[in-house]
Design a protein around this ligand. Structure first.
Ligand code: LMR
Length: 396
């Protein structure tokens, strides 16, 4: 059976974790996978999460099956957090718990294939390393356009507009709601308005990928653009991840929300999504969702979580401000202070990224993406010196 089976190339981000862990050098620096780190380089469990877990331990009466939709109260609470209170009770919007943001994207991808097999999926480059595998896995045609210019550290908005004009009606545009991964370069409100108009004009469907709500400017502010789009169009997908803002990475806590043009179509979406979920994993894991539901529904816990989120955001902004002052050859670090969230993408070649790893023990995604949180406790002068050495030697 396995004679013709060829090994797949490793996932670039997960492979970076593996290589970093195997590196014995004490001075190594992890700027790889997107995990928040504090000034001591740790990724602790949030206090609000620990408190919610204690309550669950004391109060949970059963672990019997919930059903393919998982925890409905969780999905309602997360829908209100991400999309606003008006989605709760809106019978044109269907929300379902999913195993992480990846699970939500995969549910959405399968639904797209079932509903409109002709729909092409448009990704702005660079995009999150798992977007291609998810949409490839369902056999979708992926099209691309340039989202970001790494030399200028700016969004290529004209390229998105040109792609929307070129796309076929019914095509899907995957857009990062906030804290673009891997570049940190988000759309302005004016650009979100133009995006909404273009989606309507060309009858396109947005897939708003939301993994960092609260990491840019605030819980409400970060979703303003995505909500504007979600309200403007008749059909939309939203994937939400609680991995980063609740620090629940390994608990696989996410949700998918789908807007249909009327309640009957939303019902059809519902039965299809639940069928897809059942055939894939039957029902999502409970623990992370139960934690998030508990935090969002209890005032004191929610305030504690919001404070912890502010602290994470401010720490990231502090590193961004320090990074922006670096001078390394022709790299323009200044815009990094205006970008959002956990990542920045530096204009480095794969060879330069490999040398940073081999010669300096600095690990980052092969694309040149750095995890800003990984620099929290680092000496930025040494980081700059390492960058200079690979840039100078390569230029020579
Ligand atoms: C990342 O981009 O580093 C994170 O979202 C982790 C992952 O699953 O890729």
């Amino acid at each position: 059976m396995f004679e013709d089976l060829r090994p797949r190339p490793p996932d670039p981000l997960l492979d970076t974790i593996r290589q970093f862990r195997a590196d014995p050098r004490a001075s190594k620096l992890d700027l790889g996978v997107g995990v928040y780190q504090d000034a001591q380089g740790r990724t602790p469990v949030l206090r609000s999460v620990k408190d919610a877990e204690r309550r669950l331990l004391e109060t949970q009466q059963t672990k019997t099956y919930l059903g393919a939709e998982g925890d409905l109260d969780y999905a309602r609470a997360l829908g209100a957090l991400a999309l606003g209170n008006d989605v709760v009770g809106d019978d044109t919007v269907f929300g379902v718990q999913a195993p992480g943001g990846t699970g939500a994207l995969r549910l959405g991808a399968e639904l797209i294939r079932a509903a409109n097999p002709q729909a092409q999926i448009w990704l702005g480059r660079p995009s999150w390393a798992n977007h291609d595998p998810i949409f490839n896995a369902v056999g979708a045609t992926i099209r691309d356009y340039q989202h970001f210019n790494a030399e200028k550290q700016s969004v290529c908005f004209d390229s998105l507009m040109a792609a929307m004009k070129e796309a076929n009606a019914g095509d899907v545009f995957v857009l990062h709601a906030a804290c673009h991964n891997p570049t940190g370069a988000d759309f302005s409100m004016e650009e979100w308005q133009e995006i909404a108009q273009a989606l309507l004009r060309y009858r396109l469907v947005p897939f708003l990928d939301t993994a960092y709500q609260g990491f840019a400017r605030g819980l409400e502010e970060d979703m303003a653009g995505a909500r504007l789009v979600f309200r403007a169009v008749p059909e939309a997908f939203v994937s939400v991840s609680c991995s980063k803002n609740f620090g629940l990475y390994r608990e696989r806590t996410g949700a998918l929300f789908v807007r249909a043009s009327d309640a009957a179509k939303a019902d059809s979406v519902r039965s299809n999504v639940l069928g897809i979920a059942r055939a894939n994993y039957s029902m999502p894991p409970d623990h992370g969702a139960a934690i998030v539901r508990t935090i969002l529904s209890e005032t004191a816990l929610r305030s504690m979580w919001e404070e912890e989120l502010v602290a994470m955001r401010e720490s990231l902004q502090g590193v961004r401000a320090r990074l922006a002052r670096l001078r390394v050859n022709s790299i323009d670090f200044a815009p990094i202070a205006q970008q959002n969230g956990m990542f920045a993408t530096l204009p480095l070649t794969k060879a330069q990224v490999a040398r940073l790893k081999d010669e300096h023990g600095i690990y980052m995604a092969p694309s040149g993406r750095i995890n800003i949180a990984g620099l929290m406790s680092a000496d930025l002068d040494s980081f700059a010196a390492a960058l200079r050495s690979v840039l100078v030697d390569t230029a020579a």
